[in-house]
Structures are given as C-alpha cells and as structure tokens.
Ligand binder design. Sequence first.
Ligand SMILES: *Cc1c(COP(=O)(O)O)cnc(C)c1O
Length: 396
Amino acid sequence: MYGKIKEHLQNELKSIEEAGLFKRERVIVSPQDATIVLADGKEVLNFCANNYLGLSSHPLLIKAAEDALKTHGFGMSSVRFICGTADMHKELEQKIATFFGTEDTLLYAACFDANGGIFEPLFSEADAIISDSLNHASIIDGVRLCKAQRFRYANADMADLEVQLQNARDCRFKVIVTDGVFSMDGNVAPVDKICQLADQYDALVMVDECHSAGVVGKTGRGVTELYNIRGKVDIITGTLGKAFGGAIGGFTTGRREIIEMLRQRSRPYLFSNSLPPMITQAGIAMFDMMAETSALQDKLHENTDYFRTEIMKAGFTIKPSASAIVAIMLYDARLSQEFAAQLLEEGIYVIGFYYPVVPKGEARIRVQLSAAHSREHLDRALSAFVKVGKALKVIR
Ligand SMILES: *Cc1c(COP(=O)(O)O)cnc(C)c1O
C-alpha cells in the first residue's frame, strides 16, 4: 500500500523546495566539452564540469572504447572473482600503479565504491579512523560501514589533527584520511605535513585523489608529486570519472598487502559487476597518453594561473588554492544564484553554491578550469564576470 508514505514524501519534497534546496537538473544535448549545448539549443561555455584535462570527448579515448567493443564485447556479466576479470583489467591496474608509483591497484565501478569498501576489511573496533571534517560523502559512508573508532579534525588543520592523533593514541592501527583537493574551496590538503604527523604518531595515510589526480603536481601525478612524497601515502583512491576521461570507474592503489586484502574482502569489489571493456580500454589509452606527455597538465596549469590572476585583477575575492577549482566569493546565497543566472544569459555556465553545501555566509561561484578551454574561452568568461559583477555591484 503506497498511500501513507506517498503523502509523507510529498510533504518532505515540498519542504525541500521551500527551503530552496530542491535540485533541478539542466539537460545537455551535446558531448561534454568546453562548449556544450543545452536542451533549449543554447550553446554555452562550460565552467562546471570535472573535465579537467578535456578528455571527456577525446578522440583517443573514443577510439579505444570502440576497439574494445569489437575485441571484448559490451559487458562482463560477472564480478571479477567469478569470470569478470579481463586481461585489460589487469593491464589498467598496473598502469594506475605505475602512474602513482604504488605497488598494486584494484578497480571499482566508481570511487564511491572504492571509498565505501576500503575501511571495513582493514579496520575494526580496536582501530582509529581520523578523518578531515570536509571529506567527501563516500568517505563518510565508508567509515560508517566499519566498526573502528572515529575521530574528526577541522579542515586541513594540523594542530587539530595532532590533538586527534593524541586522542587515538591507544588504538591498535590508526589511519588519517583526507581528500587531496577539497571540492568547494579547491584547497589542497597539506599531505606533506599529514605524512610527518603520521610518522610521528605511527599512523597510515589515505588520500582520496578524485579532484587532484591528473591535475595537481607538475605532471598531474597528484598530491604525492606536488609535495615530493611519492611512495609515502599508503592508500590512494581515485576516479576515472573526472580528469581521467569522465566516464565512470574508480580505483584504490597503494601498498601490496592492503590491495590484496581488499581483493579478498572489499564488498563493493566482490559483489558488484566489473568495469566494461570500453571503459577499461579507454583508461589504458588515457594512462598511456599520460606516460608520454604532460601537455594537458601544462595547458590546465596555464589556464588556471591565467584565470586566477585575471579574476583577482578584476577585483573579485577568491579562495587561495593550487587546484583547478576557483571559488569566487560572493558571501550571499541569493546573490550567488542571481550571479550564476546572469552569467548563463551571457553564455557562461557556472554554479552558485550556498549553505548547506558551503558554510553560512560563504556563498560563492565555483569555476572549474579545463585544458579544453582556449584563451579566448577564458577571456569571454572573464569579461562576463566583470559585466555581471558590475551590474550586481560586486565589483566597481
Ligand atoms: C567525485 C568524488 C568521489 C566519487 O567518485 P565517483 O567515481 O564519481 O564515484 C569520491 N571522492 C571525491 C573526493 C570526489 O570528488
């Protein structure tokens, strides 16, 4: 009988709407790229995708996916340990390990699954998980599925992390968990300092590189390249759904025994279908390209530096960061929505974020740069920002 819950859900949905928190999805009818076409036929410049390297519609990846359809078919119809492991899964896992300088890798259907399946096989009541307060929802859910004791430290706050490490002193194993880049401010976690504290307090380090892998560090090898600490992070999780092609797929890469234990015990790995050949082969082609050239990283870093410099010159306030995310602060929720709406009129697609996605009074426009953006794209966006900024009296 659907009756009773139907009314309840209608009321809940209404209150979400009244609170201004109802999520509406904008439909895109073109491939994901620097310019996209919306359902009404309007072409806009896209500054809100995780398409950091511009690979979402890259010919090399499309070709690899097409080839795999011919050689390995459409789907695997199995989990990995029954009959769902293809030669190319093994190859991609090796390529990911080589890219990050780690010992072994395990593929998942998504990084949400990688994070959901990492803690429970490794840690129990006797252990401690020490987690940054702004970590991604999938880390929070993964921690919930595990019986280890939980400790939380304020975002990127090393003094607070040290307090929590002291609180967790008597636990058997300790692991410090952080996003590599936090998606709302774009700030990079101080993983160099985290590793120092981890050494001092005998803790493991896990970094979720979803927004940092492919982006951060001179050749995009992520936070361990940025801080020159390759091989020091015990566990790295990441996605194939952002910089690395944008389709789907996740991975955990790191110490040999940890990965082997996940292969034996990680539930989203054991009880969920394996990655389709198209995705896997495109991933291999992508990492082969990364091994050859860091031209896309050079372009992305150049674009990010340029946009950051010019938007500050125009008088906007931004959050400091070394990632491809630029948070342009407006502080007022309504203003952030009006600003984004007017930018769309100008052909610039960005999203305004406000409480509870970001703290109260910290509403902002988030801009995500891509290697796919040309200088002309950036200049168009910058002049639209100036025009709307003046109209709405954010800048003079
Ligand atoms: C996007 C993201 C995820 C989820 O990745 P999927 O592969 O899309 O499931 C996990 N962690 C962080 C930090 C992310 O930004």
